[in-house]
Each structure stands twice: as C-alpha cells, then as structure tokens.
Design a protein around this ligand. Structure first.
Ligand code: ADP
Length: 282
C-alpha cells in the first residue's frame, strides 16, 4: 500500500464550522491516519500481509504512527523517515458524520518511487496506490508492471489534474467515488479493466467491459464517514487477493464501508469474521 501516512486529530462538533472557523468541540480523539495507512490497517485486520510505503517525519507523531501500525500488524520496514514534521490532519466531524479537513504542511509527500527497494516490490502480489502525487504514483506503477505485479489505484480526493489520466487508463483496478467517476467519464468509457464506483449510502458498482454489477450497500446510521473509501478498498482488495468473485468482493467492500462509517475516526477495526457476521446479519 503506497501513499499518505498521517496522524489524525478528530474534533467532534455539533455543527461544521462557519467560514470564520467557529465551532464548539464536544470531544476529540487521535489515531493514525492517511489513506494508505487506513487501507493498510484495514487489510491487516482482514488477514492480508501488508507493507506500507510512505513517509513520516522525525517527531513524536511519527513514533505514534509507527507504534500504532506495528500494533495492528502492518509492516513498516519500508516506511521512510525524513527530517521534518509528520503530516497531522485535523478532521472536524459534525453530528451527521459530515467531515471537514485541514492539515499542516508535513512530509507525507516525501516518498519517491526510488525509495521502494526491489526486494520489497518483488515480494508483493499487488501494489495499491492511493492519495499520491501523480509522478510518484506513475513511477511506482511502472516498476510494478515491469514485474507483472497488478496495480490498483484510488486517487483519494486528488483527481484534480489530467496528470492521472495514464494511471486511470492502465491500472487493473480503479476505485472512484461518484464525483470522481463523473469527472473522468470519457476515460472510463475506454477503460479495458474494472472500475469500482462508490456511491456513499447507495453502495457501489463494478463497471467493466463485460458489464456492470451493483451492490446496494447497507442501511446504516453514519456517524463519521472519514476513511470509508479506504476501508471499502481494503475489503475489495482482500477479497480479490483471496480469489473471491466480483459479487462477493463488492458485498465485502460495502460491509467494510458500512462498518467504517459507524466507527469514529478514519480507522476501523476490521476482521474477516466481523465482515462475515455483518453480511449475514444485514
Ligand atoms: P469516499 O469516502 O471514497 O468518497 P463514498 O462516500 O462513496 O466514497 O464511501 C465509500 C463506501 O463506504 C461506500 O461505497 C459504502 O460502501 C460506504 N458508505 C459511505 N457512506 C455510507 C453511508 N452513509 N451508509 C452506508 N455505507 C456508506
């Protein structure tokens, strides 16, 4: 899993702040965050061996982030330490689970494709890219493809540039939310590989040259939607890595997304048995 590794401070408020930033904080929590590390921890919870590629600073937040990742079984040996501040994201969540995010400068973009050791790549069954700057993502994808390692990509709210066009065309599995899918519709029409389109409380659709498969999602009371897409991707990837059908992968992914929106912060404690139980009971 390659991309952002942050420390998240979640501030719970009654209402999202007005433009002047005034909001009464009812309570707060802190945990590791960043799209790649959210997906990595979710994959580890689902029993997948996962190594995290990204960068943290040399401050106390880096120690907190590493300790938390270690404790849930994510391999951090390929994580890069650079001099500077770990990126800290402040996530403001209102009573309806809507989120507003701001962050310090941080070093979470300091990871380069050259930082990936050949033996780490060689040991992988799949490379998942998320929230990464376009040139690093493209270079990592190129290195993986040279070794015939499949690559998946979730732009994670960064689809604001044409620089991702090649990745969108080429990756063997693409995750987009509805807004992102609308923005790149013309590219999706010519894609030869599956695209998974997430629809919030409406579930998700897998679109491929063979047709479309939809899962309607689960009806839940969302309390915090941060990290839902990351957990969703982990659920889908874990199923694909286990050789399950597209239909099952989609149901597993939606169950992970539903569990994530009921869990505070960008992280969610997932396990195979929790996902199975959730699917059976809902
Ligand atoms: P992203 O968080 O990446 O923008 P979505 O908002 O579509 O993407 O959420 C990702 C997935 O999380 C959805 O496909 C769904 O499985 C789950 N999800 C998100 N919001 C809800 C909700 N309100 N109720 C149930 N499931 C949700």
């Amino acid at each position: 899993c390659a991309g952002h590794v942050n420390w998240d401070v979640t501030l719970h408020v009654d209402d999202l702040p007005d433009p002047d930033g005034e909001a009464a904080i009812t309570h707060q929590s802190q945990a590791g965050g960043g799209s790649a590390s959210n997906t990595a921890t979710a994959l580890a919870g689902l029993g997948i061996d996962v190594s995290l590629l990204g960068s943290v600073g040399d401050d106390q937040y880096a120690t907190l982030a590493r300790d938390e990742l270690d404790s849930v079984g994510v391999d951090c040996s390929a994580l890069k330490s650079v001099s500077g501040e770990t990126t800290v994201k402040y996530i403001v969540v209102d009573e309806d689970g809507e989120v507003f995010v701001f962050a310090n400068e941080g070093v979470n973009e300091a990871y380069d494709a050259d930082d990936l050791a050949e033996e780490t790549l060689a040991a992988a069954d799949r490379l998942h890219l998320t929230s990464q700057d376009p040139s690093t993502a493209a270079d990592l994808a190129k290195r993986a493809r040279k070794r015939s390692i499949p690559v998946s990509f979730d732009p994670g709210r960064r689809l604001d540039t044409r620089a991702y066009d090649d990745l969108i065309r080429e990756v063997d599995l693409l995750f987009l939310n509805e807004r992102e899918a609308d923005a790149v519709e013309s590219l999706l029409e010519t894609r030869e590989f599956p695209t998974v389109i997430k629809r919030g409380n409406g579930g998700a659709t897998v679109r491929s040259p063979d047709g479309r498969i939809t899962h309607e999602g689960f009806d839940v009371d969302a309390s915090d939607t941060a990290g839902a897409g990351d957990a969703f991707a982990a659920g889908y990837l874990a199923s694909v890595l286990r050789g399950r059908s597209v239909r099952d992968a989609l149901a597993d992914a939606n169950a992970c997304g539903a569990l994530a929106v009921q869990s505070p912060g960008a992280r969610v404690d997932l396990s195979l048995s929790a996902v199975e139980r959730y699917r059976r009971d809902h």
